[in-house]
Design a binder for this molecule. Structure first.
Ligand code: NAP
Length: 489
């Protein structure tokens, strides 16, 4: 048996509800995108089973909220240590179900685990205040923070561990119980994480995990249940809009981490070495399948030619293949639809006059077999109106446009409904900071191609979402402020 087969045979395959793994049938296939072959099959929850998971979370809520913050923190800390101890299992599981190269999966395991450590530290720093009312006398204002209550979390397929821990970590730290529904394409990493929570000593029902091919009806049943108090979602803006509508019924607290269309602005003062290295990171992390992926390169006309040829050289030299193989830097896309979408965007840009500087096509046959691979692609002279400038590409394609004035660069960058992140490269600090302030996004990578950090507030504006994950802000999303008006008179 190969290491991969042996690992997959050990992974849980059913629903985790109330501290028990169910004995449901497992009809739902999970596929390896690098080979196109089935990895395993898992349980397919019905709406009733979704509500049963909420029953378990509701039953556990009062005791968990009353558990000492230090005890909640210790469980999260232990879970952090267990994930780090099992980095190899987590990384291989993730690569098999999602496709990213093993080195990147290891990076995500460390990043994902860090949310557990960070929120174990935040759990013991939930504070209120006591103050004298402005009118004085015996009037006092007392505030305290309490857990929101049972939470429903829905996560995407592109970061199977980190998107789960970024929600479960703060929810548990705050004293909330949770039901999580991972993406049906990458459920195994989250299911493996449930075994870690069990082993770390999390009481039954505090975290529950359901997998389903009926995301819409299962989620609707949970969200319309009056006992639920919060929905936290990471995924597409389209689904986010639907969930916000559903959540309005119960006036639920919501956190939405949605789509992006990140501009990467290269200012006239940019150091090209730094800008090209940052561009490769911002574009190629996770094969471009990241909400933070640079989607449009907006480069000053004085640097456009050299930037384009250097980026094409770097991206064209990247090794594409099965992420379990040594030396592979670029894995497959998640499925065949994703490949078709990327191809259509490239063709549309070419039809409007773009030049293909490297790549431009899918990779199939031979060593690529039935995998869903696309060659890293750089497009020069992309015309305004091209679809790739307005839609989330979610693949290894870098469209480049040039500009002449700073006002033009800012207008191009802000010309999108999205506002998650922008990248700015420039050595003139005043100019770079001024441009950063003018960009309509929740985050900026200033001379940096990666910003994700558990200690920093992650999130977007406009159609990219509501709320922040990570940092001190992250736990606030799971807390309500209660005010007690006190009279000493
Ligand atoms: P998606 O289609 O919106 O799916 C995300 C999750 O929602 C999956 O678990 C999916 O389940 C579930 N879902 C789908 N339809 C649903 C419905 N009607 N009701 C309830 N749940 C439903 O997005 P994706 O393709 O997985 O992920 C890519 C998107 O996520 C991109 O737009 C990306 O930018 C965004 N993203 C954002 C961030 C961020 O922090 N801002 C981070 C990562 C990704 P199934 O798997 O069963 O369809």
């Amino acid at each position: 048996m190969s290491t991969a087969d042996e690992l997959v045979s050990r992974l849980p395959r059913t629903l985790f509800i109330g501290g028990r793994w169910s004995d449901d049938p497992t009809p739902l296939d999970v596929t390896n995108p690098a080979t196109g072959r089935s990895l395993t099959s898992i349980a397919d929850a019905s709406p009733e089973q979704g509500v049963a998971a909420l029953d378990a979370a509701v039953a556990a809520q009062a005791d968990w909220a009353a558990t000492a913050p230090r005890d909640r923190a210790e469980i999260l800390r232990r879970a952090y240590e267990l994930v780090i101890e099992r980095v190899d299992d987590f990384a291989l599981t993730m690569t098999l179900e999602m496709g990213k190269p093993l080195a990147e999966s290891r990076g995500e395991v460390t990043y994902g685990a860090e949310f557990l450590r960070w929120f174990s530290e935040e759990a013991v720093r939930i504070e209120g205040r006591y103050s004298t009312a402005p009118a004085g006398g015996g009037s006092r204002i007392l505030t305290l923070k309490q857990p929101v209550g049972p939470v429903y979390a829905i996560t995407p397929w592109n970061f199977p561990l980190a998107m789960a821990t970024r929600k479960i970590g703060p929810a548990l730290a705050a004293g909330c119980t949770i039901v999580i529904k991972p993406a049906s394409q990458t459920p195994l990493t989250t299911m493996l994480f449930m075994t870690v929570l069990e082993e770390a000593g999390l009481p039954a029902g505090v975290a529950n995990c359901i997998t389903t091919s009926h995301s819409g009806s299962v989620s609707e049943a949970i969200i319309s249940d009056p006992r639920l108090r919060k929905v936290t979602f990471t995924g597409s803006t389209e689904v986010g809009r639907k969930l916000l509508e559903q959540a309005s019924g119960g006036i639920l607290r919501t956190s939405m981490e949605l789509g992006g269309n990140a501009p990467f602005v290269v200012l006239p003062s940019a150091d090209l070495d730094k800008a090209v290295t940052g561009a490769v990171l911002a574009k190629m992390r996770n094969v471009g399948e990241a909400c933070t992926a640079a989607n449009r390169f907006i480069v000053h006309e004085s640097l456009a030619e050299e930037f384009s040829s250097r980026l094409a050289e770097r991206m064209g030299a990247m090794r594409v293949g099965d992420g379990t193989q040594d030396g592979v830097e670029v894995g497959p896309l998640i499925n065949a639809d994703a490949v078709t979408h990327v191809e259509e965007l490239v063709q549309d840009a070419v039809d409007r006059g773009a030049r293909v500087l490297t790549g431009g096509q899918r990779l199939s046959g031979g060593e690529y077999g039935e995998g869903t691979f696309v060659a890293p692609t750089v497009l020069g002279n992309v015309a305004p109106g091209s679809r790739c400038l307005h839609e989330e590409i979610f693949g290894p394609v870098a469209p480049i446009v040039s500009y002449s004035t700073i006002d033009e660069a800012v207008a191009l960058a802000n010309d999108t409904e999205f506002g998650l992140i922008a990248y700015v490269f420039g050595e003139q600090l005043t100019e770079a900071l001024t441009v950063s302030e003018r960009l309509e996004t929740g985050m900026i990578g200033l001379n940096s191609g990666v910003v994700s950090n558990p200690a920093a507030p992650f999130g977007g504006v406009k159609a990219s979402g509501l709320g922040r994950e990570g940092s001190h802000e992250g736990i606030e999303e799971y807390l309500e402020t209660k005010y007690i008006g006190l009279s000493l008179g």
